[in-house]
Design a protein around this ligand. Structure first.
Ligand code: UT7
Length: 362
C-alpha cells in the first residue's frame, strides 16, 4: 500500500496590509468590534492575480521538497477566485512553473477546497496513478468584496499556500479524511451574478458581492467541523492526547476556540494566524500548515488534525501524519513583482465604486 507524504510546503502572502484601522476610515466599524468578534487584526490585499499567488507558493513548496517542476504529475488548485473561468487557473500555474508533465485541475469547494484537493491528490497517489503532486489553496477574495458592507468586508483576505505530496511506503501523509456538504443551507453563503444562473443580457454582471447569514454559518461550522474531526479521530484510532497540532480553517477565532474547547486542546496545540491574514478561504489551511512548519511547531512524526467549512456548505476534516523531515531541502528566492502601493491605494477604485453605489441606492 502506497502513501502520500507531504514533502514540501510554501506560501505566498502579498505584501499590502489592510488593517482594521484602515477599514474604519471608510466603513462604520472599529478595531475593537472586528478583533473581539473575529480575532482579525489585518488582512492582505493582492496586487497580482490568483495564479501568480498560487505559482509562487508552489515554487516555494517545490524548493522545500527539493524536486523539479518536470517531476510533478498533478497540479490541483483549490480556489473560488479563478483568474478566468476558461481556461482554468491550474493551467496558468503549470505554465508559470514549467511543470509540463503535470495534469492540472481547479477545484471549487470554497474554504474547504484545499482539504478536498488534498484528499483527491492523496487518493491518486495511493492508488498508484501518480507519484508527485502539488496541492494549492489560492484566493484573491478582495476581488469579490463589497467595500461598503461592514458585515463582510472586514473578514476576507488574499493569499496562497501549497504542499507537495510524494509516494512513499511509510504510513504518513493524509491518512484519514471525512468530507461532506450541508446543501440544505447552500443559500446562506453565496456570490450571486457570476455564472449561468445570471441573465447576462438583462442583468449583466456589475459589482459582485459576498452574501451570507453569519450567525447561521457560524453554528453550522462549529457543528460540522467538530463532527468531522471526531469522525476522523475515531477512524484513525487516535485519542485527543495524540493530537500534536490542530490546523483549522481560519474564519473566526471564536469558531476555532469552540473546536479547541471540544477537543480540550492547549493553546500551543492550535495553529492560529487569523489575526494577520483574515479568512483567505481555501488558502487558510495550507498557509497555516506552512507557517506552523516554519515556526518549528510541526515536529517529526507529528499528528496533525485539520478541519474546514465553506460555501456549499462544504465541510471536512483530515488527519495528517507528518514524516521525518521538518526542514526545507532548498529555498526559492523568487518574489512577487514589486508593489509600491498601500492596500487602500490598491483598492481605491473598488472602494469608491462600492461607496458611491451604496449612496445612490439610499
Ligand atoms: O468561511 C465562511 C465565511 N463566513 C463566515 O465565516 C461567517 C461565520 N460567521 C461569523 O464569523 C460571524 O457571524 C460574523 C463575524 C460574520 C458576525 O459576528 P456576529 O457576532 O455573528 O455578529 P452579528 O452578525 O450578530 O452582528 C452583531 C452586530 C449587528 O448590529 P446590531 O444589529 O446588533 O445593532 C451588526 O450590524 O454587529 C454589527 N456589525 C458590525 N459592527 C461593527 C456587523 N459587522 C460589523 C462590523 N463592525 N464590521
Amino acid at each position: 500500500m502506497k502513501y502520500a507524504e507531504i514533502t514540501g510546503w510554501g506560501k505566498c502572502i502579498p505584501p499590502a496590509t489592510l488593517t482594521n484601522e484602515d477599514l474604519a476610515t471608510f466603513v462604520d466599524t472599529s478595531d475593537e468590534w472586528i478583533t473581539s468578534r473575529t480575532g482579525i487584526k489585518a488582512r492582505r490585499i493582492s496586487h497580482v492575480n490568483t495564479a501568480e499567488l498560487a505559482a509562487l507558493a508552489a515554487k516555494r513548496a517545490l524548493a522545500t521538497a527539493g524536486i523539479d517542476p518536470e517531476e510533478v504529475d498533478l497540479i490541483a488548485v483549490a480556489t473560488s477566485c479563478p483568474d478566468t473561468l476558461i481556461p482554468n487557473t491550474s493551467s496558468k500555474v503549470q505554465q508559470i512553473l514549467g511543470a509540463h508533465n503535470a495534469a492540472a485541475f481547479d477545484l471549487n469547494s470554497a474554504c474547504t477546497g484545499f482539504l478536498y484537493a488534498l484528499q483527491n491528490a492523496t487518493a491518486q497517489v495511493r492508488m498508484g496513478a501518480i507519484k508527485k503532486a502539488i496541492v494549492i489553496g489560492a484566493e484573491r477574495m478582495s476581488w469579490f468584496v463589497n467595500w461598503s458592507r461592514r458585515e463582510t468586508c472586514v473578514l476576507f483576505g488574499d493569499g496562497a499556500g501549497a504542499v507537495v505530496i510524494e509516494a512513499t511506503d511509510k504510513p504518513v501523509g493524509l491518512l484519514e479524511a471525512k468530507l461532506g456538504c450541508d446543501s440544505q443551507a447552500r443559500d446562506i453563503l453565496e456570490v450571486r451574478g457570476f455564472g449561468t444562473d445570471m441573465d447576462r443580457y438583462e442583468n449583466p454582471p456589475t459589482a459582485l458581492d459576498i452574501n451570507f447569514i453569519g450567525q447561521d454559518i457560524f453554528k453550522r461550522a462549529v457543528k460540522a467541523m467538530g463532527a468531522g474531526a471526531t469522525h476522523v479521530t475515531e477512524k484513525a484510532n487516535l485519542s485527543i492526547d495524540d493530537i500534536d497540532l490542530l490546523v483549522p480553517h481560519q474564519a473566526n477565532l471564536r469558531i476555532i476556540a469552540a473546536l479547541q474547547k471540544q477537543f480540550k486542546l492547549a493553546d500551543e496545540n492550535v495553529m492560529v494566524n487569523i489575526d494577520k491574514y483574515g479568512n483567505t478561504s481555501a488558502a487558510t489551511i495550507p498557509i497555516a500548515l506552512c507557517e506552523a512548519v516554519e515556526q518549528g511547531r510541526v515536529k517529526p512524526d507529528a499528528n496533525i488534525m485539520t478541519a474546514a467549512f465553506g460555501a456549499g456548505l462544504t465541510w471536512g476534516a483530515g488527519y495528517i501524519k507528518w514524516g521525518e523531515r521538518v526542514t526545507p531541502i532548498a529555498k526559492c528566492d523568487d518574489e512577487l513583482p514589486a508593489n509600491d502601493k498601500t492596500a487602500k491605494e490598491l483598492l481605491s477604485t473598488a472602494i469608491d465604486y462600492c461607496l458611491s453605489k451604496q449612496n445612490s441606492e439610499q
